[in-house]
Design a protein around this ligand. Structure first.
Ligand code: SF4
Length: 483
């Protein structure tokens, strides 16, 4: 398969299970007590959104920031948290898609300006970073990191110095940015948050007994006993204080473009996102797969953990018993770059082992959320057949992935998608599956419960909600054109 469109040559990194890696998770808390322990717990609940680095910034007399490489509980301990004193703060977990994986690129990004200390936590990808960075460089700015987040905070610092009005500065910034972003901002002791005008990345608001919290997913609120209030609206800019929330809006777009993958795979099943419980969406997807792709089989088994809820839905609708036929080794940590195919194959076997006693002689429905490159699924089918499965029928909880993501999901080239320019029977043959069924488009938005025009489907259609050089634009000419 040759890419005809994408000129980007970079490889993308997948998780151990052959899944996309999300970019980041953000949190911001303001309260009348120390916030760093609460930020720490929230970040642990958001750990699935980024495992490379974690950081917390709080304001006391100045912004103090601590960050490190690794999981949240490896980066912070009682001593480091006690040193972060302040009643307003932000936190971040990171997986790198722009900028390399290094401590320097970990977030929050902190800058000092004549307007005071600023700390930013960003989830998303800014498509026009290069042009914005060049522009700032021409104006004499030097950059410490290679991330788009530093470009954002430097642009914002410029605006705040020029306008002396943080909300206005954030709106001005949003006019310059093309892409996806949810961010939390600590400006001295004040906490702000914003979500991109298309709502590509999630962000929601919770209430504490003594303050407020914003986070990428509602599971962060559950972890700290906060009450979910609502999602941040696309294009909404917020200031959160102990007294309440001040909201302001960027001009409202005609359409939204929520990332459909949040419901299909990225978000935790126990999160509520844009009004939809992720678990329910996945269960409905499984049910639709059973209706649309019925098959005579003995057992429904999930690819753990990503296909579990979809498989439960499939089982409930088909009446075929659900069971665990593959056991995941939770103690093998992933390596980010697995250069050789052979190593990848061995890794799959190390990560997932079939229960021979259960699968031997059985006709299986194997359910997962998505297929990216296909190597992992191919290996899993082979593992099950080696263990004696008579038939393996693969059911996938979203349409085929055929195009890159430019909005913070680590896949930038078409070349390696198994579904790119191939038919379903051809893909099934490559996987070694006895049959293959992908969720169709109509079912996808039906299961999510949103209008198709309010979802980003870029990686499924190759049509994007904002202008990406060399790619097809889905609706409007430019983001500034929304009214
Ligand atoms: S291109 Fe795909 S993964 Fe990226 S934001 Fe859009 S729907 Fe999500």
């Amino acid at each position: 398969m040759k890419s005809t469109k994408s000129k980007v040559n970079a490889c993308y990194h997948l998780s151990y299970e052959g899944k996309f890696l999300d970019h980041c998770g953000v949190v911001g808390i303001v309260a009348d007590s120390q916030v760093s322990p609460l930020i720490y717990q929230s970040l642990r609940a958001l750990q699935h959104r980024g495992q490379e680095a974690a950081g917390i910034a709080v304001f006391s007399e100045a912004v103090a920031c601590s960050k490190g490489m690794g999981l949240v509980h490896d980066v912070f301990n009682e001593e480091t948290l006690n040193a972060l004193k302040g009643k307003a703060g932000i936190g971040h977990v990171r997986y790198s898609t722009t900028g390399s994986s290094s401590l320097q690129n970990a977030q929050p990004v902190v800058v000092s300006s004549s307007a005071g200390d600023l700390a930013l936590g960003h989830n998303g990808d800014i498509a026009n970073t290069k042009a914005l960075r060049e522009d700032l460089k021409e104006k004499g700015w030097a950059f410490i990191t290679t991330t788009d987040s530093e470009v954002i905070i430097r642009l914002l610092a410029n605006e705040i110095v020029a306008t002396d009005d943080i909300i206005r500065s954030m709106k001005n910034l949003m006019r310059m940015l093309v892409g996806s972003y949810s961010f939390t901002l600590l400006a001295n002791n004040r906490l702000f948050a914003a979500r991109d005008p298309l709502g590509i990345k999630p962000l929601c608001i919770g209430k504490l007994d003594n303050g407020y919290v914003v986070a990428s997913e509602s599971v962060a609120f559950d972890a700290i006993g906060a009450e979910f209030i609502r999602d941040v609206m696309p294009g909404e800019v917020l200031e959160l204080s102990k007294a309440g929330i001040r909201s302001s809006h960027y001009p409202k777009p005609k359409h939204q473009a929520h990332c459909m993958f949040e419901w299909v795979y990225f978000a935790r099943a126990d999160s509520v996102m844009d009004g939809k419980l992720v678990y329910d969406v996945r269960w409905r997807i499984g049910k639709c797969l059973a209706t649309d792709y019925p098959v005579e089989a003995d057992l429904v088994i999930p690819v753990p953990d990503s296909g579990r809820t979809h498989a439960l839905g499939y089982s409930a609708a088909s009446g075929i018993p659900y069971t665990e036929g593959l056991i995941k080794n939770r103690y093998v940590w992933r390596t980010f770059i697995m250069p050789k195919q052979l190593v990848r194959k061995q890794d799959v076997r190390l990560k997932m082992n079939p229960i021979r006693y259960i699968v031997e002689g059985k006709r299986l429905v194997l359910v997962d959320d998505s297929i990216v490159r296909g190597n992992t699924m191919e290996r899993i089918v082979a593992i099950l057949k080696d263990a004696g499965a008579r038939e393996v029928h693969v059911r996938i909880g979203c349409p085929p992935i055929i195009a890159p993501c430019y909005f913070g999901i680590d896949m930038k080239t078409r070349d390696q998608f198994i579904a790119c320019e191939r038919t379903i029977p051809d893909i099934a043959k490559t996987l070694g599956a006895d049959s293959l069924g992908y969720l169709n488009f109509e079912r996808l938005w039906e299961c999510i419960g949103l209008n198709k025009n309010d979802l980003c489907l870029g990686c499924l259609t190759g049509e994007y909600p904002v202008e990406i050089p060399g790619e097809k634009l889905r609706f409007q000419k430019r983001i500034e054109g929304f009214q």
